[in-house]
Design a protein around this ligand. Structure first.
Ligand code: FMN
Length: 308
């Protein structure tokens, strides 16, 4: 373990003690196993693997990623090998990464989510994230728009595993507080706020959307105030519910803003495509900034934002 982790970076999250409040966001570090050779996984308290379904999903044809403004649009379509092949390929190697791995389950109904979650637990993940908010599913449906559909998925997963369960929600929800309350009631140990926001862009030459799925998930810097609003609203309404903030984090200052709003951990996503080793820089920036603001630990910032 490197000197990156000190009392300044330790962070409680539900029943877990993270060595760092930084988490790698699902879909931006692949299986985590391969990312270990290019990223700086020692800076993270946990790293979340790409979402996995029961059966293999081929994903969408290219192009499926496009830069848009200062963010990026993606419509990967959750390409993954299915839980059996995933477990066989990556399960034996999860321990080699040097970071606790969280699995991410996706599916079409509660039973499929539960089956995938059980497979992830058997493969050795530390926690299961329930991806209720993928913007790229065929048919455009999204569990996270509906509190009771979200709760049904989380309840099924909760029954299927004994590791901590989290629910990843969407900034597109009409009432994200209601969805967070429903999944907490159904047994989620924490919520991840948030996944990407729906977006679209067009190519003037072809007059077609930039990605084959048309509408996709928009992420990166422009998502930060939107996701931060979700964190703050949920924390104010449900102060006991732990939160992993996620959206547009690029600096240590961004991390501290999420902590102030009520997050206990903060996920890095799109930044990994431009700067795979961003975790180490961002953690150092956050600790330096904490010292400048006379805090001995990052944990001291959690939920400390005050209103006017
Ligand atoms: C290319 C790409 C693939 C993604 N795949 C997944 C996924 O499989 N499961 C998931 O829960 N989120 C997925 N996400 C969403 C990210 O985990 C994260 O919630 C989102 O990008 C917002 O964070 P950011 O602004 O730091 O990128 C993906 C994002 C990108 C850019």
């Amino acid at each position: 373990m490197s000197s990156l982790h000190t009392v300044a970076t330790a962070m409680p999250l539900a029943s877990l003690s993270l060595r760092s409040p930084l988490v790698a966001a699902s879909g931006t570090v692949g299986s985590v196993v391969d990312f270990a050779s290019v990223g700086s996984l020692d800076a993270y308290g946990a790293a979340t693997a790409k979402s996995v379904s029961r059966d293999p999903w081929p994903g969408r044809p290219a192009p499926r990623i496009a830069p848009v403004g200062t963010g990026m649009l993606n419509g990967i379509g959750i390409q993954n090998p299915g839980i059996a092949a995933w477990s066989q390929t990556y399960g034996p190697r999860l321990g080699d990464t040097g970071v606790p791995i969280w699995g991410s389950a996706v599916g079409g109904d509660p039973a499929e989510f539960a089956e995938v979650a059980a497979g992830l637990e058997s493969a050795g993940v530390q926690a299961v994230e329930v991806n209720l908010s993928c913007p790229n599913l065929e048919g455009g449906g999204m569990f996270a728009l509906d509190p009771s559909a979200s709760a049904a998925v989380v309840a099924a997963v909760r029954q299927a595993v004994s590791v901590p369960v989290s629910a990843k929600l969407s900034p597109n929800s009409e009432d994200i507080v209601a969805v967070a309350a429903a999944v907490a009631e159904a047994g989620a140990d924490w919520v991840v706020l948030t996944n990407t926001v729906w977006g679209v862009g067009f190519d003037l030459e072809t007059r077609k959307p930039l990605i084959t799925g048309g509408i996709g998930g928009y992420s990166g810097a422009p998502l930060k105030p939107i996701a931060l609003r979700c964190v703050w609203s949920v924390h104010q309404a449900l102060p006991e519910l732990p939160i992993v903030g996620c959206g547009g984090v690029r600096t240590g200052r961004d991390v501290i803003e999420y902590l102030l709003a009520g997050a206990s951990a903060v996920a890095l996503g799109s930044i990994h495509f431009a700067e795979p080793r961003a975790g180490r820089r961002i953690l150092r920036e956050a600790v330096r900034l904490a010292r400048r603001h006379e805090a001995r630990s990052l944990a001291e910032f959690v939920g400390e934002a005050s209103s006017w």
